[in-house]
Ligand binder design. Sequence first.
Ligand code: ATP
Length: 300
Amino acid sequence: MIIEIDGLTRRFGTRRGVTDVSLHVDAGEVFGFLGPNGAGKSTTIRLLLGLYRPTSGRMRVFGLDPTREAAAIHRRVGYLPGELALFGRLTGREHLAHFARARGLTDLAFRDELVERFTAELDRPVHTLSKGNRQKIGIVAAFMHRPDLLVLDEPTSGLDPLLQDEFARLVRESVDGGQTVLLSSHELDEVQRVVDRLAIIREGEIIVTDTIDGLRKASPRTVEFHFGRPVEAAAFAALTGVRVAEHERDRIVLSVTGEIAPLLRVAADLDPVDLTARPADLDELFLSYYRNSPELHDVH
Ligand SMILES: Nc1ncnc2c1ncn2[C@@H]1O[C@H](COP(=O)(O)OP(=O)(O)OP(=O)(O)O)[C@@H](O)[C@H]1O
């Protein structure tokens, strides 16, 4: 296991940072860490890298304790912080040279490949660069030494769609080559193409950890019936795992997480004339976790 977090809590005075966070990331996995702004993603990442001390709980990265062995962890990590701190008057080239020296990196072929793939602008002072162009330098710096673990805090913010695709390819290549990736984001789109598993954090607490497939299977399907005459919804509402989302005279829309056969038996007795069903929409499920909509959370 590359990352282990068990019951991790960090408070900032009376402010909540993170509360009782537990998760693990296996070797060779891309793990997504999702949540709205202020949910506690960056705090968790900083704790993992030994940049904050925990109030309580246990963490290990490569089996090492971040509060005591941060330097040993950093040697094996590529970190792209959410707020990239660069020296405004220095160029990208100067930054990368500095990072390469600090890591004792002498083979610069992969750095050059990344610069080209991300069309990073290396010869202008970074304060003259757009957010996206600064982000490219951060990406090159995080990946160029092929670290065992990549910790990427909102990595594609500011990148155009083509470069987001390039980034997704780079992440997949990295894990194919044996690296492990922890990737935080507040957007499902940013992570759903690349992650194997994800955790959703909200108000400092993990509310679900699952694979994308698992989330999809657990999320409700929408089933709509039309009947030739007005019907009552009570028999549907009584079924386990069925919620009546809409009901008007001869039309009923259901949100279904339970078994389909009992539902069809109830419907058949009412002589339906039409039926449409659509699969789970991951975006809706994801937003419901952000909003904390209770009926969807019952599925976990
Ligand atoms: N150094 C700090 N001092 C005081 N409060 C802090 C500090 N760092 C984080 N917090 C608080 O901890 C909570 C979690 O913040 P964090 O930055 O981890 O969220 P996040 O999920 O990374 O959000 P974002 O997507 O906006 O970066 C917030 O309520 C924030 O105000």
